[in-house]
Design a protein around this ligand. Sequence first.
Ligand code: UDP
Length: 338
Amino acid sequence: MKFHVVGSGISGSAAARLLADAGHHVEIWETRSQTGGNCHDERINGVTVHRYGPHLFHTNDRAVWEFLSRFTAWTDYRHKVMADTALGRISIPYSKVTERQIGHALTDEEIRDLIFAEYSEKQWGVPWKELPAAITGRVPTRRDNDDDRYFTDEFQGQPACGYAAMFSNMLDGIPVRLGVNPDEWRRHRKPGDRVIYTGKIDDYFDCVHGPLPYRSLRFEHEWSPDRLPHPVINQCNRLPYTRIYDHAWFSGETPPHTLVTREYPLAHEAGNDPYYPVPFGDGMAIYQKYRALATAEMGTVFLGRLATYSYLDMWMAVAQAFSKLRPFLPMQQTTKNP
Ligand code: UDP
């Protein structure tokens, strides 16, 4: 069977590999000049730069871990995040470590006000109270132990040679058309061909129900002779950016300089990239209309953050590819997944 895979981020690339391994004829259509979507990283001045924001891999799903481990070795990086708050710089999520840094225990409400309220308002453009559990539940309010890692998953690490190398290995032998127009694949689709679509779902349907809201990011980069003392420092305060980070931490490199980036959230519009779906307010209602169209669309599988309008982590995107492509794969490739 012939599959056109639209987009080569983690969803499209995982799908392409699974389908090619199953003996299907796969061709990838990518508008950017490189694969990897927003996971893409690149070496600049001796530093591995996360061009589209920090990507830290973690999962409890052994099958996802084993699948990606075919394409990369992993470092033993364990992600830790500090936050600049009204009570000073503290470790998050709130744990016993945080409690000692502050000098006393906080109630759940105090934690929310300190860590989540201002950050979320900047990130999503709405008050914390209006956010659904799908977003607020991503970061635990409190941890009653000394674990100061950001993620507690069993499998964690960074691709030893970077994400770009991992994607290049994953796509080995699969034809990729880079730098194409967003609709190029439509001209090449023949009757009977299948499509794996990972772009914005509203674009797929020519925005017939109006544009879906997405949040975007603007990055301010600065080369610095000084390393930051922590990989990521969240700004739970009134500064206009949400976090500042030092790229060299993620790869464990020790260059004589580093790239420091400040991240500013903003609404997605023509000219910037969509990063996050906005699954509350109008967003969800509009998405339901596109979802109904998608369900009736024969021959296309919608995958990933933009096409399923959900806040997927990297591992979730791979697990979703396993599960949604099951009808096209031999049994043993997906049996271990949900
Ligand atoms: N969040 C927050 N303060 C923080 C960290 C996270 O309020 O210091 C909230 C915020 O709403 C954010 C969500 O939790 O969008 C998820 O955070 P996560 O670190 O998973 O965001 P990502 O790295 O995916 O942008």
